[in-house]
Structures are given as C-alpha cells and as structure tokens.
Design a protein around this ligand. Sequence first.
Ligand SMILES: [Cu+2]
Length: 97
Amino acid sequence: MTGVEGGTIMADGQSLSSVPAAQIAHTFTVPALGINIPVPATPTKGKPEIVKATFVAKKAGSFPWFCEAPCGTGPTGFGGPMATPGWMQGTLTVSGS
Ligand SMILES: [Cu+2]
C-alpha cells in the first residue's frame, strides 16, 4: 500500500500522505490497527535521509506487523529478512492505559 494510514510520516522534514510504489523501501504495516507507514527509499544514493513516523494504536494487545515491500533476497525479494521474524516482521505489543 502506498498511502499513509493511521499515522504520519516526515521525510527530510516534508510531510507525506503517500509514497509512490516504485520509491518504497519498506513499510511498517499493522493491519489490525489500520496502520500503514510506507518508508521512502533514499532519493540520492549514499545520502542519508531522516524519516520520522508517528502513529497511535487505538487498542491494546499484541498485533502482527510486517513490511509489504519486497526488500529481501531471492528472485521475488521475499526471502532472507522478509522471511525472518524480528527483521521485516514481528509483533507490536500495546499496553492498556
Ligand atoms: Cu522491508
């Protein structure tokens, strides 16, 4: 998904509401909470970019998160880190208040 949902993202100080699919390096996606944060690739190779994201979890619990961009290894890009828990997938735990 290219749109920012359930939060905000700033890339080098610029607020983004979406990132073109071809420019997405990673996503932080939590379907159960309606959160999708696409992370743009660095526009200039070798030049770091600061990306800041915020989101509010609307309920407590443990929810799976994952990256939807094929950023891993292998012919499809879904190997290696994409298939390794703790890298491009995991569990977001939200405490109640
Ligand atoms: Cu990724």
